[in-house]
Design a protein around this ligand. Structure first.
Ligand code: NAG
Ligand code: NAG
Ligand code: NAG
Length: 308
């Protein structure tokens, strides 16, 4: 019994080369640092998994996630629909989308926003908002939003800059509806309108916060120490010879320069770490499997050490 318990305790340490990535949501992977629960990912990067779909909670209201790109730290959200047979966006009660500016997410500069059902007050606004009668929003209304023909003033602008970093606002003295497209760089109406999307991005995470040495057990090669960049906070800082990799959530050896042999080994360890976590999520491995796995990981780590 004692042996079983010991081995059981070994699982997290053995598997925890990288920080714990959250399990899939339905068929959607949840990359680090995004978090769908209290025991995985980074808690500053919460998203929601409901019935196999991922949702992003804005300051008020939620938006379905269409795609996530962990390499560019970008998420594409589904913009709101129009309410019933109207030209009013379904998020009018929250005046459009508003992100919490205390969180590490903001709206990227890759969105082209079509503002619909606008008042003529919009004509007083200067470039980069384009409310002319030739603006592509008129073609969008004709092709995709017949309800808006009854209120035909519309405008187009591109996101970017501090004004649109956290909000796309709609209200009754401006415009009552909007649509958004990512990387839509055409001045002429397209033959076929692409799938709408609103792109946001996340800032790369810092090392995870900690209160006690135990809190850092999942981040190999780290210790819970005072953060020199942030007085009064403690983080799992990577040991000497290792550097924080915020994309994969691990402490990476600085000895492994590109082109050296240890690079391949390093990759292997990342993969093992990931697959090991996958295993943990899917089934409880037999004791034999656990023992084999621990032995395998130990030998890999030993292999890396001998490369230095
Ligand atoms: C446009 O917005 C106004 C409120 O400003 C609303 O009364 C009107 O019904 C909307 N138009 C359409 C076609 O939904
Ligand atoms: C507004 O958009 C139209 C169509 O894309 C373009 O021809 C026009 O030059 C734009 N006007 C301004 C002020 O940018
Ligand atoms: C949005 O966040 C990214 C990543 O942290 C940052 O580089 C960019 O400056 C931010 N944009 C604005 C407008 O705040």
């Amino acid at each position: 019994m004692e042996i079983l318990l010991l081995l059981d305790l070994e699982i997290p340490t053995g598997c925890a080369t990288a920080l714990v990535r959250c399990g899939n949501c339905g068929r959607n992977p949840v990359p680090y640092p995004l978090s769908t629960g209290p025991n995985c990912g980074d808690q500053a990067y919460k998203i929601r998994c409901t019935a196999g779909a991922l949702w992003f909670d804005a300051l008020k209201g939620s938006y379905m996630i269409i795609s996530i790109n962990p390499m560019t730290q970008r998420i594409v959200l589904r913009p709101p629909n129009l309410l019933g047979n109207s030209c009013i966006s379904s998020d009018i009660s929250t005046q459009g989308i508003q992100l919490d500016d205390n969180l590490p997410f903001n709206i990227t500069s890759s969105n082209t926003i079509l503002l619909l059902n606008c008042t003529d007050a919009m004509f007083h606004l200067q470039a980069p908002i384009n409310c002319t009668s030739t603006s592509i929003c008129h073609y969008y209304i004709k092709d995709n939003a017949a309800a808006c023909m009854r209120s035909p003033i519309c405008c187009v602008f591109k996101t970017g800059g501090s004004q649109t970093a956290y909000v796309v606002r709609i209200h009754d003295r401006g415009c009552l509806a909007y649509q958004s497209f990512v990387n839509f760089d055409t001045v002429n109406p397209p033959k076929k309108w692409p799938q709408p999307g609103l792109e946001i991005e996340w800032a790369l995470p810092l090392e995870p916060a900690c209160k006690a040495p135990m809190d850092c057990k999942n981040l190999f090669h780290s210790k819970c120490l005072a953060d020199p960049a942030n007085v009064g906070t403690t983080r799992c800082l990577c040991n000497k010879g290792f550097t924080w990799d915020p994309v994969n959530g691990l402490c990476r050896s600085t000895k492994c320069r590109p082109g050296k042999r240890c690079k391949k080994q390093k990759k292997q360890i990342v993969l093992i770490g990931a697959s090991c976590l996958d295993d943990k999520r899917q089934h409880r491995p037999s004791m034999k499997e656990v023992a084999d796995e621990i032995e395998y990981i130990i030998s890999l780590v030993a292999g890396e050490v001998s490369e230095k």
